[in-house]
Design a protein around this ligand. Structure first.
Ligand SMILES: NC(=O)C1=CN([C@@H]2O[C@H](COP(=O)(O)OP(=O)(O)OC[C@H]3O[C@@H](n4cnc5c(N)ncnc54)[C@H](OP(=O)(O)O)[C@@H]3O)[C@@H](O)[C@H]2O)C=CC1
Ligand SMILES: CC(=O)[C@H](N)C(=O)O
Length: 260
């Protein structure tokens, strides 16, 4: 029997990423854990080694730093035992757009969008050549909800969902599985970093339930998994409405309502 692929998880020091690490370790996968806080990564790694016996490497990296990012990209390119990328690291910003500093907006885009695309780009050619492997991108329902008032965060998540859907169409025929996971509010530290008391919210999912549901979608090879959505036909209808626009979107002349 062939060995299970090694799984590289970004943002594995806490929250959703640390929970993925726990679940994949208990499935018997060796791991590479990436985040900035080495002490926390080492603690997660030690527990998982002790509890499961899998091999766990730790790679300290700030994914907004191009040199650090390059070291993770190099590992994804060169380590042929890595067969699964969990593109999870992400953050949010407090306040509304006019309150957010331009530098912070750029950093958020660098972490939530640029790093996700670069890491996928680093591993995809190797997986496509091998004809196997998986890329999981953690997006958010906020990416379909400009009404929620988290504009830049939501824009990065719209990017992640689009990237995932496009990569799925490109890579599935080559044997590579790509999944977008769209959580809604989940109990992690991200809320306190974004200046919101998670206990003031309703409908908050526990992180273990979120990841276990996402893994059901992973095992089913769903291209898009929305753990909290009760009725999947709502997402299917949204996709059908989008697809219905496409045949009408290219025209020689402007639509009648724009003609003077
Ligand atoms: N919790 C929620 O309600 C939801 C979360 N999501 C998404 O889930 C993903 C995980 O979030 P969640 O677990 O909630 O958040 P947490 O804040 O709990 O964890 C974020 C993780 O990302 C890491 N990280 C943050 N910044 C960087 C950086 N610059 N470089 C490398 N690693 C970094 C953190 O580690 P460290 O500080 O050690 O670097 C940590 O491991 C994110 O993409 C988020 O947008 C989506 C929808 C809902
Ligand atoms: C807005 C958030 O911070 C949250 N992680 C979400 O995507 O719902």
């Amino acid at each position: 029997m062939s060995k299970l692929p090694k799984v590289l998880i970004t943002g594995a020091s806490t929250g959703i990423g640390a929970t993925y690490a726990h679940r994949f370790a208990h499935r018997g996968h060796d791991l590479v854990l990436v985040a900035r806080n080495k002490l926390r990564l080492d603690a997660v790694a030690a527990t998982l080694r002790n509890d499961t016996g899998v091999a766990v490497e730790v790679l300290q990296a700030d994914l907004t730093d191009l040199d650090d990012l390059a070291s993770v990209e190099a590992l994804l390119r060169d380590d042929h035992s890595i067969g699964v990328l969990i593109n999870n690291a992400g953050g949010n910003l407090p306040g509304s757009f006019v309150d957010q500093k331009t530098h912070d907006v750029a950093q958020l885009v660098a972490l939530n969008a640029t790093a996700v695309a670069r890491l996928a780009s680093a591993i995809a050619p190797r997986l496509a050549k091998a004809g196997e492997g998986s890329i999981v991108n953690i997006s958010s329902v906020v990416g379909i909800a400009p009404e929620f008032g988290m504009t830049v965060y939501g824009a990065t998540k719209a990017f992640v969902t689009f990237l995932s859907q496009g990569l799925s169409l490109e890579l599935a025929p080559k044997g590579v599985y790509v999944q977008a996971v769209l959580p809604a509010a989940t109990r992690t530290e991200i809320w306190e970093h974004s200046g919101i008391d998670v206990n003031s919210l309703t409908g908050v999912m526990e992180v273990e339930e979120l990841v276990d549901a996402a893994l059901v979608g992973f095992d089913r090879r769903e291209p898009v998994t929305i753990p909290p959505l009760p009725d999947v036909t709502q997402w299917d209808g949204y996709q059908a409405a989008r697809l219905a626009i496409l045949p009408n979107s290219r025209q020689e002349h402007a639509a009648k309502r724009y003609r003077q």
